[in-house]
Design a protein around this ligand. Structure first.
Ligand SMILES: Nc1ncnc2c1ncn2[C@@H]1O[C@H](COP(=O)(O)OP(=O)(O)OP(=O)(O)O)[C@@H](O)[C@H]1O
Length: 381
């Protein structure tokens, strides 16, 4: 979800554009233009660094002055899951799959209290969705989601329909490295060119304080790593909108076809541009993080391997086979709902959950800030 300040910035731009003398447009929301917004408040709220519950809620559109001008319309049918009869057959916590996913999103799955922390937002995942608990967890989850990988690693439809999702980038990296090593051949490595930019009066001091090696070690959400290892046939995800008119959007998945010095060629996996071959150049990405007194400029291919991806990054994807890997529970509103709602049928959804002692478990945390839904009722709904 977009931060409310972004909506407010667009609102101001519209007011400016539409402003002509005596029109009053300047005082109307979006300059008097009708704007259609789509979203699901059960999904994750805007990401605000180090934010607590209040800051997360405050960042959502419902806390903007614009919200009073919005009319809420509800979609009533789950088009993603409804196509499958499978989802109607079995029950999950006594409910059909579609209802169970909504109950997870609404925070209505009965909680399980633990004497140690008295937290009530822990829920049991139905037995039929759990993976067997023996052996190495990375091996268990990868071999379940990617069966017969050695024979099928270059099959584009096989890769298109599956992914492992997990809350943190550290686990994503671990799984991606594991999978890349299973493809024959040596990887091609791309290093970024990193530099810092600052308005400070003494940039030389900052450059001495933050040498290139330090800049190389920095990782940011939504920014490619300093070192990217790739092989032909590996699935990658684009991290920037390069050219939406040909399908190159933030979140587009591609299978690598060619690893050149100046471009990476790939085949788009899924969506309107499925099967289209495209070239991706290196670009300069700017990262402004409040922890550092400079803007990092990183010249790199804006891609990341995507055998596994974070739950947040998986928003918008529809997949046939999803492995939800939870070595630690989710940490923010809506993440568990996003995880359970990526599939068309419950057959394609499997969980591997570890408790704090690293022992497989059937309980996990479901974080739902009920305040996020308070303003969503309309008189007619
Ligand atoms: N009108 C429709 N008819 C048939 N299937 C549909 C329709 N709309 C959506 N779908 C199916 O539901 C899936 C999810 O649709 P879409 O990605 O547009 O929803 P969304 O609300 O953006 O999803 P997300 O939960 O990722 O935010 C699509 O992959 C598509 O298969």
């Amino acid at each position: 979800m977009v931060h409310r300040l972004s909506f407010e910035a667009v609102n101001r731009a519209f007011c400016d554009i539409m402003d002509v003398p005596f029109s009053g447009a300047h005082y109307k929301p979006f300059g008097g233009k009708v704007v259609l917004l789509g979203g699901d408040f059960r999904q994750t709220l805007p990401i605000v660094a180090d934010a607590g519950r209040e800051e997360s809620i405050d960042s959502s559109l419902t806390c903007s002055f614009l919200w009073q001008h919005c009319t809420v319309l509800h979609l009533t049918e789950n088009m993603r899951v409804v196509a499958s009869r499978e989802s109607q057959r079995s029950t999950f916590g006594g409910m059909p799959f579609t209802e169970w996913t909504l109950a997870v999103g609404n925070g209505n799955v009965p909680g399980k209290s633990f004497p140690s922390n008295q937290s009530t937002d822990w829920i049991e995942i139905p037995e039929s969705l759990l993976l067997p608990s023996s052996g190495n967890p990375i091996h268990t989850i990868t071999s379940t989601v990617y069966p017969d990988f050695a024979q099928r690693f270059h099959n584009v439809s096989y890769l298109t329909e599956r992914s492992i999702i997990t809350p943190t980038n550290a686990n994503v990296t671990e799984i991606n490295s594991h999978m890349l090593a299973l493809i024959p051949g040596m990887p091609r490595t791309y290093f970024s060119g990193d530099s810092l930019h600052t308005d400070a009066s003494d940039p030389d001091r900052l450059e001495a304080e933050y040498p290139t090696e330090f800049l190389n070690s920095l990782s940011f959400n939504g920014c490619p790593e300093h070192q990217i290892d790739l092989k032909v046939f590996a699935p990658i995800m684009l991290l920037r909108n390069l050219n939406p008119s040909i399908g190159l959007c933030n979140g587009t998945r591609l299978m690598v076809l060619y690893l050149g010095h100046y471009v990476i060629k790939g085949m788009i996996m899924g969506g309107t541009f499925n099967g289209k071959t495209v070239a991706i150049p290196r670009i300069v990405l700017s990262v402004n993080d409040y922890r550092w007194p400079f803007v990092l400029k990183r010249r790199q291919f804006p891609v990341r391997l995507c055998y596994a991806m974070t739950i947040n990054k998986s928003q918008g994807q529809t997949l046939q086979n999803v492995g939800v890997y939870l070595p630690k529970p989710v940490f923010s509103h809506g993440q568990l709902y996003v995880a359970v709602s990526r599939v068309r049928t419950p057959d394609g959804l499997r969980f591997l959950i570890m408790n704090e002692d690293g022992v497989p478990s059937n309980c996990t945390r479901n974080i739902v800030y009920q305040e996020a839904f308070v303003d969503l009722q309309t008189p007619s709904s």
